[in-house]
Design a protein around this ligand. Structure first.
Ligand SMILES: *Cc1c(COP(=O)(O)O)cnc(C)c1O
Length: 383
């Protein structure tokens, strides 16, 4: 399918971000690249082989369909770990292919065991314990039941990991809550050990915890947003950088999103532009049209609000973002013509539309904008 815009991934940036994460970790700590949400919009099928070339051999996804995408994208025998939902129909495929998965409830545990019995092939599980986020994970009473079930089926399971997830390690406001979760996690591990359940690895850290809570790095870190070159929040960047002499950002954004101008026109003073009356030209204004709209992942909240780059200069988005196009003000940019590149995200010369500033304009998080980039946009990478 052809699309009106394209996404380009910069391998140098991937290498830099991985190098940065690596520099924080002990040698033995595994980096799991989180590739849920179509690799945060970057494209699982293209991201996995590129990261494998850079030495990453562990990938985390949310669901069993995402695990299939990752499985068919990989070019090496990389580990795939499902942190969330498995469809009933997928248990057999998962167990047979040694896909690892979280067990967050007794139902999942029983399905894992039954599938393993049926296939005569061990299921590789990570015990997800509830420590205070109150989302998923086994609370204490269920964990005790799980212990009994696990210990009566030792031949069907490989206990690969014990894990939990933090409720907001990206903000210092949650410090006490996170410290408490770490304590609860350690006591749950002790409980499991007491009943002779030992895991090969323990892992709890996402990007934010990897940065802000060094003692959470343990055996493996599940880093998503950092891999792609973004900080989980501005606050997590400041928390990291204020301790450093060198205050340059150690991360580089991997993704650029480009389109082009398909029309250029002049509007007289006083005219309204686009649907309704949300933008009125206060003087003679030159307008460019870019064939990308909210159906292509360009958020409507950027109406009269976002910027794009034309010839290395910022052009404000004017009027409302339409389903298939946006209008921008190019009055102050010289020599603009049809066919010129329009950078929706990324750099042009020294100017950058970065996702973080983009996210702030958009009043939503990096994660959401990235994850919403549609699958049908053509993606490629440069070295
Ligand atoms: C999404 C997710 C991560 C990765 O989060 P980032 O902030 O992108 O690093 C880690 N662990 C779990 C359980 C997740 O759902």
């Amino acid at each position: 399918m052809t699309s009106t815009s394209e996404i380009i991934l910069n391998c140098k940036a991937f290498r830099k971000n991985i190098g940065f994460i690596r520099s924080l970790l002990d040698e033995k700590t595994i980096i799991s690249a989180v590739v849920k949400g179509n690799a945060y919009g970057h494209g699982t099928h293209i991201v996995i082989p590129v990261l494998e070339r850079m030495g990453i051999n562990h990938f985390s996804v949310y669901s069993s369909p995402e695990a299939k995408d990752a499985f068919y994208a990989r070019t090496e025998d990389s580990t795939i770990m499902i942190m969330g939902f498995v469809y009933d129909n997928d248990y057999k495929w998962i167990v047979r292919n040694n896909i690892e998965f979280y067990v967050s409830g007794l139902d999942e545990l029983n399905k894992a065991i039954n599938t393993a019995k049926e296939l005569n092939h061990k299921a590789i599980i990570h015990i997800d314990v509830e420590t205070g986020m109150n989302r998923t994970g086994l609370p204490l009473n269920k964990l005790k039941e799980a212990i009994a079930i696990i210990n009566s089926n030792p031949e069907n399971l490989i206990i690969k990991g014990i894990t939990t997830h933090f409720a907001g390690a990206e903000s210092i406001a949650n410090y006490t809550r996170i410290r408490k979760q770490i304590k609860v996690f350690k006591s749950r591990v002790r409980l499991l050990n007491k009943y002779n359940i030992y895991s090969e690895i323990q892992h709890v850290a996402s990007s934010a915890a990897t940065i802000n809570y060094p003692d959470t790095r343990m055996d493996l870190v599940r880093t998503g947003i950092l891999i792609y070159g973004y900080w989980p929040t501005k606050e997590s960047f400041i928390q990291y950088i204020h301790r450093k002499k060198d205050r340059t950002d150690p991360l580089e954004r991997v993704l650029s999103w480009n389109s082009q101008l398909i029309s250029v026109k002049k509007v007289s003073e006083g005219e309204f532009v686009g649907y309704g009356m949300s933008f009125q030209a206060l003087k003679e204004t030159y307008i460019g049209i870019v064939p990308v709209g909210y159906t292509n992942g360009y958020s409507r909240s950027l109406s009269n609000n976002g910027h794009i780059l034309i010839n290395g200069q910022k052009a404000p988005v004017i009027g409302s973002v339409n389903m298939n196009m946006i209008l921008c003000d190019i009055t102050n940019i010289p020599n603009v013509k049809i066919g010129d590149q329009a950078v929706l995200i990324g750099k042009d010369g020294d100017t950058e539309i970065s996702f973080s500033s983009f996210a702030e304009m958009n009043n939503s998080m990096n994660y959401e904008i990235l994850a919403r980039l549609p699958e049908n946009i053509k993606r490629s990478f440069i070295e």
